[in-house]
Design a protein around this ligand. Structure first.
Ligand SMILES: Cc1cc2nc3c(=O)[nH]c(=O)nc-3n(C[C@H](O)[C@H](O)[C@H](O)COP(=O)(O)O)c2cc1C
Length: 324
């Protein structure tokens, strides 16, 4: 008989889960143990009403955290069976994980798990070296393993067409003062357990930039330091766009990001064209895909960098109160 997960296992798995990416590093998740299962829920107090009114971003982040949970439990020899959105009356609960038959982790699970702590958003310019074909193939396989698709935007005219969509989405968002205020509020110039450290925000955008950078208060660029002329742009998409599809896409996103990290690649995300409905549809049509684009990534060989801070794991656990 398989027994339930313990508080120690929950704490260790949650410590891996919180390394997932989230919009503005809001970390919109909570973890608890219930009847021997681990449950992951969206934290309603960490929503971004102006940037993420539908809750799409919080579900993507929680999906990414869910993949880390799954990997953490698998490498500990206690893999999980996962039910997404298990309580129709409580849609904030993203997933419930119960112990499956114990087994040894696969080499793939071990290497993806090993990449969790090394992954970070790298917003600096990349080296011009192209991403090798076998790495591109692995990234696509990572998305497919999680029931999603990954489209690489190849060729100057396709990248230019994408960039036009992304820049116009960026302009639409930047016209909304509430969106700008929210983003500014999550920039951190002092050490903080959440938000985007200004030092990780990438350099300030310049008029000649092909892709729009979300401004996180980064430093000015040295003259002549431009972004790579032919970035590898990858669009991750899901077969539908329900809340469950978005959680599935979050898991796929994290598998792609960890696969990239494992392959020695750097990634930054740009989600403006996914956040503006018209741009998202234009992007979908330009790719000739069914379903819904859920994230755009810029992938390449980057300079070394550092993981960004997270809140202590005990702050995101809901543990039962033990009676004295
Ligand atoms: C749904 C979602 C959307 C994001 N959109 C952007 C974006 O448009 N631009 C950007 O630079 N980073 C974006 N990010 C990355 C987050 O800012 C980043 O994950 C967070 O600050 C934590 O940093 P880390 O990825 O280095 O751990 C996004 C992340 C998620 C999950």
């Amino acid at each position: 008989m398989t027994t339930g997960y313990t508080v120690e296992r929950l704490r260790a798995a949650a410590a891996d889960a919180v390394r997932a990416p989230s919009l503005h590093n809001t970390q919109p998740w909570r973890f608890r143990l219930r009847d021997g299962g681990i449950e992951l829920a969206v934290d309603p107090l960490r929503r971004l009403p102006a940037t993420d009114p539908s809750g799409w971003g919080a579900r993507i982040a929680c999906g990414a955290a869910l993949l880390n949970l799954r990997l953490s439990l698998a490498v500990a020899g206690t893999p999980a069976t996962v039910r997404l959105r298990p309580y129709p009356g409580d849609p904030d609960v993203v997933a419930r994980l119960v112990p499956d038959v114990p087994r040894r982790p696969s080499p793939a699970e071990q290497s993806l798990h090993g990449a969790i702590a090394r992954r970070f958003s790298n917003r600096a310019p990349f080296w011009p070296d192209p991403v090798p074909a076998d790495a591109r193939w692995r990234l696509g396989e990572a998305a497919r393993a999680e029931q999603c698709w990954l489209e690489l935007v190849i060729g100057t005219s396709a990248v230019n067409a994408f960039a036009e969509i992304a820049r116009s989405a960026h302009r639409v968002l930047e016209r909304d003062p509430a969106y700008v205020t929210e983003r500014t509020e999550w920039i951190r110039s002092e050490p903080s357990p959440d938000g985007v450290p200004a030092a990780a925000g990438g350099p300030q955008g310049e008029p000649q930039d092909l892709l729009p950078q979300r401004g996180f208060g980064g430093r000015n660029r040295a003259p002549g330091r431009d972004f790579e002329p032919e970035p590898l742009v990858a669009v991750l998409g899901s077969t539908g766009n329900t809340a469950t599809d978005q959680i599935v896409a979050g898991q796929a996103l994290q598998r792609v990001l960890l696969t990239a990290t494992d392959a020695g690649l750097a990634v930054s995300m740009l989600s403006q064209p996914v956040e503006v409905p018209g741009a998202r549809e234009a992007l979908r049509l330009s790719l000739g895909r069914f379903g819904a684009p859920q994230m755009v990534m810029r992938i390449g060989f980057g300079q070394p960098g550092r993981a960004t801070p997270r809140r202590p794991v005990d702050e995101v656990l809901d543990l039962p109160v033990v009676q004295a």
